[in-house]
Design a protein around this ligand. Structure first.
Ligand code: ADP
Ligand code: ZN
Length: 519
């Protein structure tokens, strides 16, 4: 079977080899397994369901919400000599009839359908007239309320699929799914013991780096000076900051322009064009910039502040190096920028559940900025992809600084947090360790804790940095919700029991310590 697939890959598409994940997905589908595949955009998902469609008897149904892409896909297949059609609201009555007639004659190997077309009647018609060997569902995260683009019509799908007399294998595809969203997709679509594939998230041509505690303006100037001919994007969190950074760069004589939601349509369109055609070299923008730009030679992406979550970060950073050439992604992290994002979340939504999801995503983003681990590995495993080796070129991989044993400090911090029993946040835990005379702390009697004042000669900020580092490394966790509290994770036990040592890179440890006297 797979030899046949390999042969068709070459014959129909002209590709020499499968990409990572493709052959495994195809093999599973040919073996009639339900499948959930999480592949990044551009990862090559079309081949995963088109090849099985070619090899299996009958007409494969592809559900897709993107009407404009449907036509492109069908045109592309037709050019490749694969008979395919689509049904969506863009067809007029006669075109629609034409497709239906073709279907009854079994003329198509693939039929693309918009989800809102697939009501009960449609399903019955298709099921009675077609042999359906496979149903592929694109943008499957639309079925999940936890995803970012929930569509009620996707909820109906599972119902109709479940009622088919011979339910074919179902393959769900998405480019954005955290583990929770993946589980939700599988539940909502009623996937039966699906093969789950998460692959292709490691963009190995990107060198990620995080800097903290630098003079941002100076750092950025040096960064740009080292790249006099390169094109890149600088993302800032607010319009005001975009204006300031852009003005600063223009003053230096750099070919920079700006893009944010406060500009007129004309201004934005012209900035985008100028950037695309290399009339300007540097685009300073809010996250409003990016949808639909597909400039291959973006050599760097700088985040002037951290974005709200790892998905956004990686999506924005990933606009560098589309052409596969080596590119740099720099995140300038300052703990106070977390507050800006928190403010944006609070302003952005009233819904407590949404707020809580966003706030936990914000924490993950913050942990990314603080981790000692390989940055690429951190991101890729966030998306659920296992087995990725350290990239060897992110700022953490390159940081050869020796590690220092922080086991004692970790044990003190963890026992303090353990004793607070998940009732308080990081700030209060830091105050207890500091031995603060904070009014609320005293009212609560927390000065009677045995861990009170254990870090009395550290700065309070240094203590909370240390606590956040322990969270980032998985020893503690922070709850969701409006008043996030900190508590111990399973990982803390071996440290408290003395069977595990905690090592921290000297560079990060020293940077924190520099802000106050050490223990
Ligand atoms: P997406 O996952 O975003 O739907 P596509 O299926 O459109 O991605 O594929 C992205 C690009 O990768 C396309 O240009 C496609 O032709 C190319 N591609 C997919 N599979 C392979 C392969 N095995 N070898 C070479 N190129 C491939
Ligand atoms: Zn790395």
């Amino acid at each position: 079977m797979m030899e046949e697939a390999q042969r068709l890959l070459k014959q129909v598409y002209g590709y020499d080899a499968f990409r990572k994940g493709q052959s495994e997905i195809i093999e599973g589908l040919l073996g009639s397994h339900d499948t959930l595949a999480i592949l990044p955009t551009g990862g090559g998902k079309s081949v995963c369901y088109q090849l099985p469609a070619l090899m299996l008897p009958g007409t494969t149904i592809v559900v897709s919400p993107l009407i404009s892409l449907m036509k492109d896909q069908v045109d592309a297949l037709t050019r490749l000599g694969v008979p395919a059609a689509y049904l969506n609201s863009s067809l007029d009555a006669s075109a629609y009839r034409e497709v239906m007639r073709g279907l009854t004659q079994g003329a198509y190997k693939l039929l693309y359908v918009a989800p809102e077309r697939l009501d009960g009647t449609m399903f019955e018609t298709l099921a009675s007239q077609l042999q359906i060997p496979l149903i592929a569902i694109d943008e499957a995260h639309c079925v999940s309320q936890w995803g970012h683009d929930f569509r009620p019509s996707y909820r109906q799908l599972a119902h109709w699929i479940g009622r088919l007399e011979h339910r074919p294998p179902v393959a769900a595809f998405t480019a954005t799914a955290t583990p929770e969203v993946s589980r939700d997709i599988a539940d909502m679509l009623g996937l039966r013991e699906p093969n789950v594939f998460v692959t292709g998230f490691a963009r190995t041509n990107l060198s990620l780096s995080v800097v903290t505690g630098v003079d941002k303006r100076k750092f950025l100037r040096d960064f740009l000076r080292q790249r006099p001919d390169q094109s890149g994007i600088i993302y800032a969190a607010t319009r005001k900051e975009v204006e300031e950074v852009c003005a600063d760069l223009q003053k230096l004589g750099l070919a920079a322009d700006k893009y944010h939601g406060g500009l007129s349509d004309n201004e934005r369109a012209s900035a985008q064009e100028n950037f695309r055609f290399d009339d300007i070299r540097i685009m300073v923008a809010t996250n409003a910039f990016g949808m639909g730009i597909d400039k291959p030679n973006v050599r760097f992406v700088v985040h002037w502040q951290m974005p709200s979550d790892v998905e956004s970060y990686y999506q924005e950073a990933g606009r560098a190096g589309r052409d596969g050439e080596e590119s740099d992604c720099l995140l300038m992290f300052e703990p106070q920028d977390v507050q800006v994002q928190r403010f944006l979340i609070e302003r952005g939504t009233q819904d407590p559940q949404r707020r809580s999801i966003q706030s936990s995503k914000l924490y993950t983003m913050m942990h990314f900025a603080r981790t000692d681990r390989c940055l690429l590995q951190y991101i890729v495993s966030y998306f659920g992809e296992a087995d990725v080796t350290p990239c060897g070129k992110c700022s953490n991989c390159l940081d050869q600084s020796e590690k220092v044993d922080m086991t004692e400090e970790a044990r003190k911090a963890l026992s303090c947090v353990g004793r607070l029993k998940g009732r308080f946040g990081v700030t209060m835990a830091a105050k207890v360790l500091k031995g603060s005379r904070d009014k609320r702390l005293l009212e609560l009697g927390l000065d009677r804790q045995s861990t009170y004042g254990l870090f009395s000669n550290w700065a309070e900020k240094e203590i909370s940095d240390w606590l956040y580092w322990l969270v980032a490394e998985g020893y503690m966790r922070i709850s969701d919700g409006e008043y996030p509290t900190v508590s111990l994770a399973q990982e803390a036990l071996p440290v408290l029991e003395g069977s595990k040592t905690v090592m921290r890179k000297r560079s990060t440890a020293a940077k924190r310590r520099a802000t106050g006297p050490s223990v």
